[in-house]
Design a protein around this ligand. Structure first.
Ligand code: AHR
Length: 502
């Protein structure tokens, strides 16, 4: 099998916003407690944060982390998490039926974000609360001093404001599971008024309004049209969420699911355009894909825990998906889709970062370890920043019941903003056949392979664990560049990253 194509330096898609490679930490399960925070852990820093986890987050080079939820935010009082820890109330978290100790709040999370070399993306509660708490929270976080909330922050030990740029106006407000679910009209009005108040404080913040929680929602995509009708000129991004699963055990169909992601992005990009025209607006609204991942391995276990429970445990094991090699390929395809749609998707958050549907897992009192999906995320985050290029590749294809002509080779290309290298991210979805790749490099000068990493040769269901991480990248070989053409064999069921330098 052969795939032949071209990448041309004149055919750029877009500059990639580095925040495309963000992530998410929610007060859910063990994401915060025994995830990022474990004061008794041997590696804990002076704030009780696990240094081993911080080291992995730094290795991933995560540009932004969404916090504190998720569903959790819709009944959260951010004031519960400030002031002396011993005075903070324990609350019942209605989203996940657990107890929240509030030992971690905005101060602790901000200190962690600094240590982890990442920015905060904060969500306000538009479920059980509204405009008033949003403006108070914003003033607490971003105002230098001389007002009630900013002085309270200073009294609580933080002199300088954190100057958080990116704010989410609630979370998944279309979902019946959400505390304070709203119709599109109700939410559109509340989001508009909240945005107005937040902008009255600071015009330069960036606001994310909730789109549908998934394209499966009955109100999709009318929800986006209505919500943007209310908010178009007041917000910068509309948020989309999508989770991927393989309950059917059909690898070919599973790995074709980024076709659905493409449709989702394309549809909402169209709704944005229509609304812009309708409003005669000069500004653009982009997509914040602030929850995406594979999420299904833990469904059964979670159902049992949530249905059988009569108490309110603190930080129980929830959503602890253990990812396999097949998921490496899936995550690679999803990231490729985002790179190819970097013209409209500016922010992305892998949901989530630690323990909860996460690339990083921890053992309480023990090690932090890398899941299989850690690696495609690592490579995209580290080497996928710069300019995204249009690729024209004629690959053999296959069909599923929801997508026609799915190319076996899923490829994206990025020219690095730092070292100028051209990086190809490649997934071969073919289950048995290698594909000979032949790509003409037009306008990129003389290039040679400077890095070649591959994840290949594992059982589809192979996983990593705290003691052993067999699913990991190794050096690839056999790819060459001669006379402006990159050629090489791409093994069946493989994830590959090839970097071409001068
Ligand atoms: O990421 C897990 C949950 O998925 C989030 O809390 C919610 O926003 C979504 O439904």
């Amino acid at each position: 099998m052969r795939a032949v194509g071209t990448v041309h330096r004149d055919y750029k898609i877009s500059t990639i916003d580095p925040r495309l490679y963000g992530s998410f930490v929610e007060h859910l399960g063990r994401a915060v407690y025994t995830g990022i925070y474990e004061p008794d852990h041997p590696t804990a820093d002076e704030n009780g944060m696990r240094q081993d986890v911080i080291d992995l987050v730094r290795e991933l080079d995560v540009p932004v982390v969404r916090y504190p939820g998720g569903n959790f935010v819709s009944a959260y009082n951010w004031e519960d998490g400030i002031g002396p820890k011993e005075d903070r109330p324990v609350r019942l978290d209605l989203a996940w039926h657990t107890s929240e100790s509030n030992k971690v709040g905005i101060h602790e999370f901000a200190d962690w974000a600094k240590a982890a070399n990442t920015e905060m993306m904060l969500a306000v509660n538009l479920g059980s609360r509204g405009l008033d708490e949003a403006r108070a929270f914003l003033e607490y976080v971003n105002h230098p001093g001389g007002s009630y909330w900013s002085d309270l922050r200073r009294k609580n030990g933080r002199e300088e404001p954190w100057n958080v740029k990116l704010w989410c106006l609630g979370n998944e407000m279309d979902g019946p599971w959400q505390i304070g679910q709203k119709t599109a009209e109700e939410y559109g009005r509340v989001a508009f008024e909240t945005a107005k108040a937040m902008r009255a404080f600071d015009k330069s913040i960036e606001l994310v309004v909730c789109g549908s929680s998934s394209p499966k929602m009955p109100t999709y995509p009318a929800w986006e049209a209505t919500v943007l009708d209310y908010t178009y000129d007041s917000v910068d991004y509309i948020s989309l969420h999508m989770y991927f699963e393989n309950h059917a055990g059909d690898t070919a169909a599973y790995l074709a699911q980024n076709a659905r992601l493409d449709d989702y992005i394309e549809t909402i990009a169209s709704v944005i355009k229509v609304t812009k025209a309708k409003k005669r607006s000069k500004k653009d609204v982009y997509i914040s894909f602030d929850e995406w991942n594979v999420w299904y391995h833990s469904n059964e276990a979670d159902r049992k825990v949530l249905e059988g429970r009569d108490g309110w445990p603190h930080a129980p094991e929830l959503l602890e998906d253990i990812y396999n090699f097949e998921d490496v390929l899936q995550v690679g395809c999803i990231l490729n889709t985002f790179i190819r749609r970097a013209d409209v998707v500016k922010v992305g958050c892998l949901a989530q970062l630690v323990n909860v549907i996460a690339p990083i897992m921890t053992v309480p009192g023990g090690p932090a370890w890398r899941q299989t999906t850690y690696y495609p995320y690592l490579f995209a985050s580290r080497y996928g920043r710069g300019t995204s290029y249009q690729l024209s590749i004629d690959s053999p294809t296959y069909s599923t019941d929801f997508a026609e002509a799915v190319p076996y080779l899923d490829v994206s290309a990025v020219e690095s903003e730092t070292d100028g290298a051209l990086t190809l991210f490649i997934v071969n979805r073919h289950e048995t056949d290698a594909i000979s790749l032949d790509v003409a490099l037009e306008g990129f000068g003389t290039r040679k392979v400077i890095m070649d990493k591959v994840i290949v040769g594992h059982e589809l269901k192979a996983v990593n664990g705290p003691d052993k991480q067999p699913v990991a990248p190794v050096d690839g070989s056999g790819v060459t560049v001669e006379e402006g053409r990159l050629t090489g064999e791409i093994a069946p069921l493989s994830y590959r990253m090839i970097r071409l330098g001068q």
